[in-house]
Design a binder for this molecule. Structure first.
Ligand SMILES: Cc1cc2nc3c(=O)[nH]c(=O)nc-3n(C[C@H](O)[C@H](O)[C@H](O)COP(=O)(O)OP(=O)(O)OC[C@H]3O[C@@H](n4cnc5c(N)ncnc54)[C@H](O)[C@@H]3O)c2cc1C
Length: 453
């Protein structure tokens, strides 16, 4: 059987290894970090994530959706915390069907579950503390720097060793700053690459459990504090805590750059998030200790080189996190790549090419949707017009079942390809708003006509 060398055992790497292992391929999976089961925290990334229909479907195919969802907390809608002291939060459901929800799950536990799913197959081997430094694209060889204790001891040398991992194909599942992709960028003349950063960064903060271990805010909701140009969100964790994420400008008159002293940080939070501050006893320490992450969108192509190399997940298409779809899309990549490998078992280049064609326009559409949703979350969710539009959406969805589907519903609760969902939403909006405008014109004309008589 052909051998795949996978670089990166993050969320998609573990899952893809399970899919390929199930097909009987030899799989060597290399991860630069230490084994997460040995207490290595998945540093620098969100602690929890929203898992929805596409991701659940991908986990179901490999038989691990139930175990993952057992530890998930369903979030049935957005809890909007308006600006100004003393204003009660407003709940806006995600869908007309109250059973439709997104699920808050811990990144570390999910990562362990997908790795263990891969390790069920004897033909899958996982090696931690192996960092890919380069890839020979034509030979399908990955160069890996190893810092594992065994390697250092056996070499009787504390310096990292470089080893070569040869496969029939290398798959880069090594995230937004992919080393595999960088090798393609350097070596392929036709490789297109574009990265763009938002002017905002993000910082994670904590609302701990209450004294009795319970959640100090509504548990089954994604909390949003929309503040026009910036926002804070909070997702519940199973231990009664919430992980909050502040998305704020890096620079500017009020920004991460101007929140340097304890007083500046406290003043900002007291002014903007007065209902959250009493629930955040470690706010100052968290603010100082936790890194400020950046928010990047990466578009590139092609995502493959002959039958030798392919990119999956954030390595191919990192998106900003505002639609809660990066991981879901990465999991969907695994499903599609698996289908393509099944369709062309003896022609891997065709399999890679078809996978790229099926995913690329959808990844590009998701990138646009994700940026658009930042504006919706941080600015529009605070307005009455937003809530009216959501009510109208839900009304139309109920009245025109199967015909009208709100964009959020298509993206989050169906597997309609992202690009098709975006196009369909535009068509729907044109028809709905066109009809509304026509109705208003007719009513006004009739009124004018009757008044004039
Ligand atoms: C703040 C934030 C919130 C988010 N929230 C959500 C959400 O709610 N829902 C959602 O669907 N998505 C969310 N995402 C997106 C999600 O985190 C990513 O889309 C997802 O992690 C992509 O999975 P991946 O396996 O492609 O990459 P990663 O999970 O980043 O995994 C890449 C792996 O490769 C390893 N690696 C990297 N370089 C090398 C190397 N040179 N050699 C060997 N190994 C290497 C890394 O250590 C890592 O383990 C969020 C992202 C952020 C930043």
């Amino acid at each position: 059987m052909p051998k795949f060398v996978l670089i990166g055992s993050g969320l998609a790497g573990g899952l893809l290894a399970a899919y390929l292992g199930r097909r009987g391929y030899e799989v060597d999976l290399y991860e630069r970090r230490a084994d997460p089961r040995e207490g290595n925290i998945v540093g620098g990334r969100s602690i929890n994530l929203a898992l929805s229909t596409r991701g659940i479907h991908a986990l179901e195919q490999i038989g691990i959706a139930d175990v993952v969802l057992r530890h998930a907390i369903p979030m049935r809608g957005r809890m909007i915390h308006p600006a100004g002291a003393g204003r009660a939060p407003i709940f806006v459901p995600y869908d007309v069907d109250p059973k439709k929800c997104i699920n808050s799950i811990g990144r570390a536990a999910l990562n362990t579950t997908v790795i263990e799913a891969a390790q069920r197959y004897p033909n899958v081997r996982v090696q931690f503390s192996h960092r890919c430094t380069d890839v020979d694209l034509t030979e399908a060889v990955a160069y890996l720097e190893t810092s594992s204790v065994e390697a250092a001891v056996s070499a009787a040398n504390p310096q990292p060793q470089i080893i070569k991992a040869k496969g029939d194909a290398i798959i880069g599942v090594d995230g937004a700053f992919s080393a595999v992709r960088q090798s393609m960028q350097k070596k392929l003349a036709n490789f297109e690459y574009d990265e763009s950063y938002l002017p905002h960064g993000y910082k994670e903060l904590t609302i701990p459990p209450g004294p009795d271990g319970s959640w100090q805010m509504e548990k089954n909701a994604l909390h949003i504090w929309p503040r026009k140009s910036f926002m804070m969100i909070a997702l519940p964790n199973p231990d009664g805590s919430f992980t909050c994420t502040l998305f704020w400008e890096f620079e500017g008159p009020r920004s991460f750059a101007t929140a340097k002293t304890d007083d500046e940080v406290c003043d900002f939070f007291d002014e903007e998030f007065p209902d959250a501050v009493p629930l955040m006893p470690t706010l100052l320490q968290d603010f100082k200790d936790n890194p400020t992450g950046s928010l990047v969108t990466i578009r590139c192509g092609p995502w493959f080189y002959k039958d030798k190399v392919a990119l999956v997940g954030d390595a191919a298409h990192a998106v900003v996190p505002f639609y809660g779809q990066g991981m879901n899309a990465a999991f969907e990549d695994c499903v599609v790549l698996d289908e393509c490998v099944e369709k062309f078992p003896d022609n891997r280049e065709r399999a890679f090419a078809e996978y790229f064609v099926r995913r690329k326009e959808n990844a590009d559409a998701l990138a646009d949707l994700a940026i658009g949703n930042f504006i919706e979350m941080r600015d529009k969710t605070a307005s009455g017009a937003f809530r009216a539009k959501k009510k109208l959406d839900h009304l139309l969805e109920a009245a025109l079942a199967g015909v009208y589907l709100p964009l959020y519903t298509m993206v989050t609760f169906t597997r309609i390809p992202y690009a098709e969902a975006a196009r369909r939403a535009q068509r729907q909006d044109r028809i709905v708003y066109g009809t509304l405008i026509a109705a208003v014109i007719i009513i006004v004309s009739l009124l004018v006509h009757f008044v004039a008589r």
